[in-house]
Design a protein around this ligand. Structure first.
Ligand code: FAD
Length: 392
């Protein structure tokens, strides 16, 4: 059963819960970090309420609040409805950190970290990319060298760390064996307390005017021996498992296309062209119809991928195809919206819609980079799906 066929009743229940409990205000594209302490408290409480109500963490072990009759498609529905409501999403701590701790964590790591994720006390970040490596992550150079007492000394720099400035914890991929025969063979995943001395988090100001990412410097930070997640030098498979777990949520992302399409229709109503509102123009109407068809097609492809993930019958390229189509269509929608907005005069209401589009436009490229850039996805599809030779 896919997310689309989970009972309407369950979806309605989730919608009602979100309407009653999500923090006020709309969270637009690219806005992920709370701007003040009041908002931060509200977001943490919101995350905790999702766990308390059983809408998050259902797949966790029962002793940590999971449910025996949990179905993966429930998670997909919850994420879809959070996106539809433009409410904040607990992305890294649910998709990556919690997944890794449940899958690879020791009993003591589960005891220590899962309850604090449930209660909203700990926000997590991913410490993977570096100034010199992103797509080619296996070549990362941050070192974690084991000391005589079993601890690890970490030196290096991470970048593009989403949520770094308000995270208590992070998952760090670092090189523990610089002599390993292959780059990915000498990597280890760690859980990191972000308040450890020797860790310096510096927010990055972006073109959208906000600080959504951080640089994170490690200068002799010492991590305890029991901070290894999984096995030493097996970090590559741990990291891949975490990134793959995001596949189940690609359907939720395509809900954003629906919202954008609605905004496009709204914009067309608010643009005065030389012969009347854009919505009455035959060329604009043709574009709208075309976008509607493309949004619907991508949603079907994404739902199919999510259904396969739920049934355990997916291949690694299913989610990638959906991700590629969704992110590139997102860019196309944003580009067209900006062209349309500039083709005429905006009504007063149109300025509000236009501001949303400007935000969405600036953010749209980011989605074609995170979680595997479009070029890398093309490469993977060419080699893994079509069996073509590598070109790099
Ligand atoms: C919204 C967002 C959130 C992010 N959050 C995090 C986070 O929380 N933690 C974290 O660690 N990182 C995060 N990142 C970073 C992200 O993982 C990297 O940006 C991504 O892996 C690409 O790496 P890069 O930026 O170094 O680009 P590069 O790998 O240097 O790529 C630059 C360009 O070259 C292209 N390219 C690279 N290799 C090839 C090739 N072999 N063939 C063809 N083209 C190629 C790429 O497609 C891209 O267009 C985030 C990024 C974004 C956009």
């Amino acid at each position: 059963m896919s997310a689309t066929t989970v009972g309407v009743e369950y979806r309605d229940q989730v919608r009602a819960f979100i309407a009653a409990n999500a923090p006020a205000g709309q969270w637009y594209d690219g806005v992920r970090v709370p701007r003040d302490t009041g908002t931060e408290r509200a977001v943490r409480n919101w995350y905790a309420s999702l766990f308390d109500a059983g809408y998050m963490g259902g797949s966790w072990p029962v002793e940590y609040g999971g449910s025996t009759d949990h179905r993966p498609e429930y998670d997909a529905v919850v994420m879809e409805e959070i996106v539809r409501a433009r409410a904040p999403r607990p992305i890294d701590q649910v998709m990556l950190a919690a997944h890794l701790i449940v899958t690879f964590g020791t009993a003591s790591q589960k005891r220590r970290h899962l309850p604090r994720i449930r209660s909203g006390q700990d926000i997590w970040c991913q410490l993977l990319s570096e100034p010199g490596v992103g797509s080619d992550l296996a070549r990362l150079s941050t070192k974690a060298i084991r000391q005589e007492d079993g601890t690890f000394r970490v030196d290096g720099q991470k970048v593009w760390t989403t949520d770094g400035q308000w995270s208590q914890m992070g998952v760090l991929l670092a090189r523990t064996d610089p002599q390993a025969a292959k780059p990915h063979a000498g990597l280890t995943m760690f859980v990191v307390d972000m308040s450890t001395p020797g860790i310096d988090v510096r927010p990055i100001r972006e073109m959208m005017g906000s600080d959504e990412f951080c640089e994170v410097y490690f200068d002799g930070a010492v991590l305890p021996a029991d901070s290894v997640l999984g096995e030493v030098n097996q970090g590559w498979s741990v990291a891949n498992s975490g990134l793959a777990s995001e596949r189940a949520y690609v359907g939720a992302n395509t809900v954003m296309l629906e919202l954008l399409f609605d905004d496009l229709v709204e914009l067309a109503r608010c643009v005065e062209l030389s012969d009347g509102p854009g919505i009455g123009d035959p060329v604009v109407r043709t574009e709208l119809a075309d976008f509607k068809a493309r949004v619907t097609a991508v949603q079907h492809i994404a739902q199919d991928a999510v259904a396969k993930v739920s049934a355990g019958t997916d291949t690694p390229t299913d989610g990638m195809i959906a991700k590629l189509l969704y992110t590139e269509l997102n860019v196309a929608l944003c580009r067209y919206a900006m062209t349309l907005a500039n083709a005429g005069r905006l009504t007063e209401a149109g300025h509000v819609v236009h501001r949303r589009w400007q935000q969405a436009f600036l953010w749209s490229r980011a989605l074609t980079i995170s979680g595997g850039s479009s070029e890398i996805v093309h490469n993977v599809l060419a080699t893994q799906l079509l069996g073509l030779p590598r070109s790099w």
